[in-house]
Design a protein. Structure first.
Length: 566
């Protein structure tokens, strides 16, 4: 009977206020309390997403302290940097994924996982609405509610089409493993179709025209992979049509890979030219139909090109249910969920956002600086002593690493030099400075501060940081380690999140990679390709995927890529 009571309390059925119908209510707190009467239930941490941010969080949180529940429509973690390699069969899809349940099991099995997507967040009642995509639960509609004490949103982003007509209907995206598999099949479709009899030359050319929209790292890497696949493997198998193949990269900006150093961007453009990959920089795609892509250029006006397959890779946008949530909490005018430096969603208690769905809000840099000033200017005189200014600066630098970089790099104004040089020895009166003056000196800080890039590196570091904070929540209450709070008394419990950049790679095909490492150290060529192989092998989440990826690379070296259309 006791067992039955526990099970019953697990699934309490309630009528959902929205969404219609019955919704199963997964109340694991009741479950925990029933299992251990008299013991306070653990706080419930609900994690949405099993990507870079969510998985790193789950891997690093001390799961003995919390009741951790993970919800994601994907029951695996995918190593996204190798997705372009999956599009052409250099690496097999299963080699870059790790089941989330394996990751959880390694932690002692205390973490629960539900394969479902969240479609609504109710921050007032601390609940998330979820829907299973793989069938139904008890009620038949697959929907259920989960309540939380802390919510960690790590749902990533979706491809951004900028509402360009025809993109969703006719272009491929490259965000998920399924996308990469579809691209692989579609490439082979194009080759097989182009060899069919009774096709005229123009139609064959059109079918073998591959267009990549977006000259960022993903688009460039895919174009390079495709070029290698064609020249190293398909040319031998389709000798009669190999000369008809054309790859075009369309980029709205003046150059490709603009987030890299100019030398890398230039090298990539020259290499693509040598490889026969056409670069259409300064062109904006305005419409896509089933057979043509229409683009605009300031010089040439509008033009249409026939194509056989197109991959759209122009950046990321916010998921619709996150947009709804943002409107709910007054962030409707933003592009991603704004968090503070502790990764807490602004104006939303106990909700955290990490990875591509979030952005550390810089809108408040100047506001915070002024708050800190007001706090420091205790006598309300409108002036601060050197010591006070030093404290303010220190505080700003702890809160905003980007500002610290800015202060270091930009040779701050006379005021900062004066403050630094004085070291507090000079007479107070001589050094009292007007707040307005100081404010002016920092006036362009807001425009200088850049948002963190949407990369796996950022997402993983945020997941790791947040997990450490959660694991040390109790200790840090007794021994806070963060900076002074601006408005309230006392210190923050934790130091703010700080991103450490370890460099970035741009694989360019032909066993050549460009690497931009910390300190603006640039390396381009075959040696960087080996660095890329070793780093990407070492970064795999498990020994299983590491072994599979390395064996895929070896297989490709020996036997080439597989061109079967399965
Ligand atoms: P994701 O990894 O996208 O994970 C989001 C998770 O949320 C997924 O598990 C998803 O299923 C889940 N989810 C989605 N909707 C819901 C919902 N409604 N409810 C619950 N869960 C949901 N970065 C680098 O640093 N280096 C690289 O070389 C690199 N290469 C890349 C190549 C490609 C092709 C792509 C697409 C990206 C690449 N990136 C790279 C970027 C990197 O993959 C992302 O920045 C990173 O994945 C962001 O992590 P995330 O956890 O925020 O999101």
């Amino acid at each position: 009977a006791y067992r039955h009571r526990a099970t019953f309390s697990k699934l309490v059925l309630v009528f959902a206020a929205s969404g219609g119908g019955l919704v199963a209510y997964a109340d694991a707190r009741a479950d925990a309390a029933a299992e251990s009467p008299g013991v306070a239930p653990k706080k419930k941490v609900v994690v949405l997403g099993t990507g870079w941010a969510g998985t790193t969080f789950v891997k690093n949180i001390d799961s003995s302290l919390y009741d951790v529940q993970v919800i994601s429509p994907r029951n695996y973690f995918a190593f996204t940097p190798l997705l372009p390699s999956v599009t052409c069969g250099t690496v097999e899809p299963r080699s870059i994924v790790e089941p989330i349940r394996k990751i959880i099991t390694k932690k002692g099995g205390e973490i629960k996982f539900w394969e479902a997507e969240c479609f609504k967040i109710d921050p007032e009642n601390k609940k998330v609405y979820c829907r299973s995509n793989i069938g139904t639960n008890l009620e038949g509609n697959g929907e259920f509610l989960v309540d939380y004490d802390y919510l960690v949103i790590a749902v990533g982003a979706r491809a951004n089409t900028f509402n360009t007509p025809g993109v969703v209907e006719h272009c491929h995206f490259l965000k998920e493993v399924e996308d990469a598999q579809k691209i692989r099949r579609s490439v082979m479709d194009c080759f097989e179709r182009a060899t069919l009899p009774d096709l005229d030359e123009e139609e064959r050319k059109r079918t073998l025209h591959f267009v990549v929209v977006g000259g960022g790292p993903t688009g460039v890497e895919f174009a390079a992979e495709l070029h290698d696949f064609v020249s190293e493997d398909l040319a031998k198998l389709y000798p009669t049509i190999q000369d008809l193949v054309k790859i075009t990269v369309v980029e709205h900006g003046e150059h490709i890979l603009t987030m890299f150093d100019k030398r890398i961007s230039r090298f990539a453009e020259e290499k693509f030219q040598r490889d026969g990959i056409e670069l259409k920089t300064g062109f904006k795609v305005v419409k896509v139909s089933d057979k043509t892509i229409t683009m605009e250029n300031a010089l040439h006006g509008e033009s249409s090109v026939p194509y056989g397959m197109a991959v759209w890779s122009t950046g990321i946008g916010t998921r619709p249910f996150i947009l709804d949530f943002m409107k709910q909490i007054g962030q409707g005018n933003r592009r991603a969920l704004a968090t503070d430096e502790w990764l807490r969603v602004r104006e939303c208690e106990d909700v955290y956002a990490i990875g591509d769905c979030a952005t550390m809000s810089q809108r408040k840099v100047m506001e915070d600086i002024m708050e800190i000033f007001r706090f420091a200017d205790k006598d309300n005189s409108g002036t601060l002593t050197v010591k006070e200014i030093q404290d303010v600066l220190e505080d700003i630098c702890i809160r905003y690493p980007q500002v610290e970089l800015y202060l270091k790099s930009k040779q701050m104004s006379d005021i900062v030099d004066l403050v630094k040089a004085s070291k507090g020895d000079v007479k107070k009166e001589a050094l009292e400075l007007n707040i307005e003056e100081f404010k002016n000196a920092l006036a362009d800080v807001d425009s200088q501060v850049k948002n963190l890039p949407a990369t796996a590196q950022v997402a993983a570091q945020q997941g790791n940081y947040l997990a450490r904070c959660f694991s040390r929540m109790k200790d840090s209450e007794e021994k806070p380690e963060g900076p002074q709070r601006i408005t309230k008394m006392g210190r923050h419990r934790f130091l703010p999140f700080r991103y450490k950049h370890f460099g970035q790679f741009a694989p360019l095909g032909g066993e050549q990679t460009a690497a931009q490492l910390p300190g603006d150290w640039i390396s381009i060529g075959h040696s960087s390709q080996w660095l890329w192989y070793s780093i990407y092998a070492s970064k795999q989440v498990s020994w299983r995927t590491r072994a599979l990826v390395i064996s895929d690379w070896t297989r490709r070296f020996i036997f080439g890529r597989d061109s079967s259309r399965i």
